[in-house]
Design a protein around this ligand. Sequence first.
Ligand code: NAD
Length: 328
Amino acid sequence: MSQPHEQRANETAREGREIQDKVEARESRSFKSDGEDKKAPPQTGARPYPTPPMSGKHLEKSGQEADLEQKPMWDAPYYKGSGKLQDKAALITGGDSGIGRAVAVLFAREGCDVAIAYLESDQDAQDTKAAIEKEGRKAILLKGDVSDPAFAEDAVAKAVDAFGKLDVLVNNAAFQQHADAIEDLDYQHFDRTLKTNLYGYFNMAKAAVPHLKPGAAIVNTGSETAFKATEELLDYSMTKGGIHSFTRALSASLVKKGVRVNAVAPGPVWTPLNPADRQGKDIEQFGAKTPMGRPAQPEEIAPAYVFLASPQTASFITGEILPVIGGY
Ligand code: NAD
């Protein structure tokens, strides 16, 4: 090897060690500070949001928000409405609690009447109805099972009857129950998840579409579990992937009618869903693994639904899946 080449090789090798030393020195500093002065998760919102440990109380299914020890934050006191859904009418499945409740409240604040379809939590449904009325809009409650096509038809007919039309359908009701292995996932469990999360969305869309006029919108609730494999949520993840595909496919056919179809894919959100799935100790660290170091509150997810539902903000957006997951 010629002299200049050897000299250059030595310099490059030395530079490699210099870079390694710098990185290792930095790492040993951060390793030391890890235990000593661990930083609290950052606060990025219009008001401070709770960080883990979350209250570990386990809920019996179907999970009533009124029974949660640590109440989800849904009323978004800082959020000002600006008529983005003025004089429109929406139907929200699973709108009694959690994400659905926060969406119902922001829709009402944006000028929309809201019909809530829910499974059984009468107290939650009444609380949401009162919150919609407090925003100055009409609310009706529709109790039933979205996996039953007859209920879907009836719910849509009642909403159209009460409000004179239907402009927005939010498919949001869900069943989630973990199982450690495929051997533990029996047919009843698998069937309930698919019936609620897939048949339910299909039934509601099928019943609603004949009433939707140009400018109307469907917003589906997907999930980040559709992107990331969650081994204990085999059936649920499968339905959420299906919802994302359903969103794309339905958007392609309804665009000709002037109806937009999109989905929000939330990360971990503090609602009754997970306390009604996991045992208390398992949910204490719920959301801690997100880059934000905490779960979202429902009021942080709801604006994405307003954005996708409103013809003022999303008129050129259809077939999209909007992740609201606290970072990558
Ligand atoms: P939630 O428990 O507050 O809402 C679920 C709702 O579904 C309940 O209000 C219940 O009334 C309704 N429901 C269940 N089965 C039904 C049925 N057969 N018929 C009619 N209604 C039925 O929980 P949430 O977290 O607000 O869930 C809303 C949506 O968000 C779901 O689609 C869920 O998969 C999705 N999601 C939640 C999270 C999270 O971490 N909470 C994360 C990603 C996606």
